[in-house]
Design a protein around this ligand. Structure first.
Ligand SMILES: [Zn+2]
Ligand SMILES: [Zn+2]
Length: 128
């Protein structure tokens, strides 16, 4: 006796089940990727926010230049600034936050826009 091939209806049913299983697997993988991406983004923001903000001119800091190399504008007294560590270069807080977020998304690194040294942060980016 030769094995009986499945009836067309059963074959269609099996194909549908396979398609549903594949679709569910793809959906689960997409959800996992999105969650990992969100977690990474959150970790980067926490690390960037760990750079303390102070009004210009910051106390007890030797100011060598009073312009922001990111937006090229002069930093006005009272504007919020952030100082990169360990180099001590100074930027508008809003400018350096955007710079670092973009740099990390594109290059997976956080460096000073002026001297390109790797930044030392109070909170490091947690690998996910
Ligand atoms: Zn700026
Ligand atoms: Zn620097």
């Amino acid at each position: 006796m030769w094995p009986v091939s499945p009836k067309p209806k059963e074959a269609v049913r099996i194909e549908i089940i396979c398609l549903v299983v594949v679709a569910v697997c793809v959906f689960i993988m997409v959800v996992i990727c999105i969650r990992r991406g969100n977690q990474k983004e959150h970790n980067i923001k926490v690390a960037i926010n760990s750079i303390s903000t102070s009004p210009f001119p910051p106390p007890s800091v030797d100011i060598q230049r009073d312009d922001c190399v990111i937006c090229l504008a002069k930093i006005v007294t009272g504007e919020h600034v952030k100082i990169a560590q360990p180099c001590g270069h100074l930027f508008h807080a809003v400018c350096i936050d955007r710079w670092l977020l973009t740099e990390f998304r594109c290059l997976n690194m956080l460096s000073c826009p002026t001297c390109r040294r790797a930044l030392v942060l109070k909170k490091q980016v947690v690998a996910t």
